[in-house]
Every structure is written in structure tokens, then in C-alpha cells.
Ligand binder design. Structure first.
Ligand SMILES: [Mg+2]
Length: 336
């Protein structure tokens, strides 16, 4: 099995702002695993918050080349365990590798991933479309440019309720809000009352990741469900979030790929929590992998590739929030 690393710089259609940063482009690493003329593809983007660079991931993966070459035919779970023991410090690289291996494995079996996992795709949720923080005028115009049934609005400014009040004047769509750790517990409890009135469905990660006392207080008093993102990174975090959040937003790059993400989602559902998968600003390679988890999800945020000016692959297609799978096996991706 051959490892091929393909670094890209993805260009964004609009400058994207959340509570801690602004950006116009997004470096991304595509990992290809090739065997017997069949290729599987995975992706992980760079991430300053988690100290992840493309160069760092490439170095980590290049060192595993002999181990990867020697791992043909393993079950994906076994492959993941073997690679994780070498990549404990780099979940993003592990994610890209795991996606590529799952894709390759399913293609060799002649199945789409959701078929391999025996998932029922008839009740898949719609994906939201994200509006970054900007002036209210620009947020309204971005929303109008992309008529959509569900928007996820990034908050964490000093005029959050005003933003949602204004946006609500222009659409009846469902709103979700993501404060990216920007609020206090008391602000969250108060904001939830106002936001519920404005047709908001849930609040994602209002408090800093490690404020567990605050999470508990908000969990007990918020009138809206609270979904963990920065507080739920790896498998062990699902248990920690129980009775501190109403649900979890799992990111493939943070937990190390599809293999652990599936276990986290099953566990969260078992605990009676809502399940969500979120994306990074990433290409259709990563987005197509997420699509195969839809049957396990209550909510999904997989608009990453829609925010790009130069997508680098075809795979799943998204129309008005609905996800359509490619006819190809595996994740269904082809690099363009
Ligand atoms: Mg988030």
C-alpha cells in the first residue's frame, strides 16, 4: 500500500471570521492510499488553535510509510489502532489517514461506506450553512446570497442578540448559533431565553472548553439545548460531556477519523445525547467522508466545501441542505 501526500491551499469565497480569528485561505492535506490500482482519499486541514501545520502532518505521516506499506488488508479498526499508537500527538494526520484507509477498504469491497456499515440513509438530516461574524449588513447579504433551510450563525461579539434579531427579519429558516467559547455561563442562560424567542434551535459551545462548572450550570438552566464542540474532542470526552451538555459535535480531525467518530456517536446516542458532526473549512474529500455518518446524526454542519472558491474534488453534492451521494464506492471522491 502506497502513501501519497498532496498539500493544497484552499481559497475561501469570503473572508471567514469566528470569535478568535479571520482568514481568506485554508491549507489542507490530502492523503492518498493506493493499492492494486485503487486509491482511497482522506483530508485534514491545518489548524492554529490545535497547533496543526501541513508540514507537521506530512512529517508525521512520512515516518509511518514502512508501517503503512506493511498494513494491507487489515480491518479499518485494526489499522486505526496500529496508526494511533504512532500518532498520539497528531489526531489530524491520523484522521486523514483513517479516512483514506476506510475509503480504500470500502472501494476494494465494492461498496459505498454507508453500505459497508449497513446504515439506513432514508432519514438523513439536512446540513446547515454557516454565516461567519461580520457587520450585520454583510451577514444579511451572505444569507440572502445562499437561501438555505438551516443557518449556523457564528457569534461571540458584543451585539449577538442584535445580530440574530436583524437576521430573523429576513428569513424563516432554522437558526443555530455557535459562540465558540465567547460567553460566560450567566450570559448564556440569559441569551438562551432571547434566542429561543428568535427561533434558534440550539447553542454550540458557549463557554471556554474547560469551564466544567460553567457547563454544568448552563446545562441545568438553559432553555435551549447546548452542544459541545471545543469541549468534545476525543473519545473519552463523550463521557465527560454527559450531564454537562445536551449533545456533542464530533469533528473527524479532532478525534482522529471516521473510526473513533462512529464509536463516539453511538456512545452519545446511547447516553441519550444529541449527535452532530461538524466540518472544518475543507474540500469535498473530507465532506464526502462526513456524509456517510449522516444516519447516526441529529444535526450536521458539512458546508465546508460550499465556502470554497476552488474545491479540489467531486464527491457528495449538496443542494438546499440535502446531501446526495456520488455513484462511486468508498466515500465517492474523485480529485479534480
Ligand atoms: Mg463550533
Amino acid at each position: 500500500m502506497q502513501l501519497i501526500l498532496r498539500p493544497y491551499v484552499l481559497k475561501l469565497r469570503h473572508t471567514f471570521t469566528i470569535s478568535r480569528e479571520s482568514r481568506d485561505e485554508q491549507p489542507s492535506l490530502i492523503v492518498e492510499l493506493k493499492e492494486d490500482g485503487i486509491s482511497g482519499f482522506g483530508e485534514a486541514t491545518s489548524n492554529p488553535y490545535y497547533n496543526i501545520t501541513i508540514k507537521g502532518m506530512m512529517n508525521d505521516l512520512q515516518q509511518l510509510e514502512p508501517l503503512i506499506a506493511d498494513s494491507s488488508g487489515m480491518a479499518p479498526e485494526e489499522f486505526w489502532e496500529k496508526m494511533k499508537s504512532q500518532l498520539t500527538h497528531d489526531m489530524f494526520a491520523l484522521c486523514a489517514l483513517d479516512l483514506a484507509y476506510n475509503d480504500l477498504y470500502a472501494r476494494k469491497e465494492g461498496k459505498k461506506l454507508y453500505e459497508l456499515w449497513d446504515y439506513d440513509i432514508s432519514h438523513n438530516p439536512l446540513t446547515d450553512y454557516t454565516i461567519g461574524i461580520d457587520t450585520i449588513e454583510k451577514m444579511v447579504s451572505k444569507m440572502k446570497e445562499m437561501p438555505w433551510p438551516i443557518y449556523k450563525i457564528k457569534l461571540g461579539s458584543d451585539r449577538d442578540i442584535e445580530i440574530i434579531t436583524e437576521l430573523r427579519k429576513h428569513t424563516d429558516a432554522i437558526f443555530r448559533v455557535d459562540a465558540n467559547c465567547g460567553w460566560t455561563a450567566d450570559e448564556t442562560i440569559a441569551n438562551a431565553i432571547a434566542l429561543k424567542e428568535l427561533g434558534v434551535e440550539f447553542i454550540e459551545q458557549p463557554l471556554p472548553a474547560d469551564d466544567w462548572e460553567g457547563h454544568k450550570k448552563v446545562f441545568e438552566h438553559s432553555v435551549l439545548p447546548i452542544i459541545a464542540d471545543e469541549s468534545c474532542q476525543v473519545e473519552a470526552d463523550v463521557d465527560k460531556c454527559f450531564e454537562h451538555f445536551h449533545g456533542v459535535n464530533v469533528k473527524l480531525t479532532k478525534c482522529g477519523g471516521l473510526t473513533p467518530a462512529r464509536r463516539m456517536l453511538v456512545k452519545a446516542r446511547h447516553l441519550g445525547m444529541k449527535t452532530m458532526v461538524g466540518c472544518m473549512t475543507e474540500s469535498t474529500v473530507g465532506i464526502s467522508a462526513i456524509a456517510h455518518l449522516l444516519p447516526l446524526l441529529d444535526y450536521v454542519d458539512m458546508d465546508g466545501a460550499l465556502l470554497l472558491a476552488n474545491d479540489i474534488a467531486t464527491g457528495v453534492r449538496i443542494e438546499d441542505g440535502e446531501i446526495f451521494y456520488s455513484d462511486l464506492h468508498g466515500t465517492g471522491v474523485t480529485l479534480t
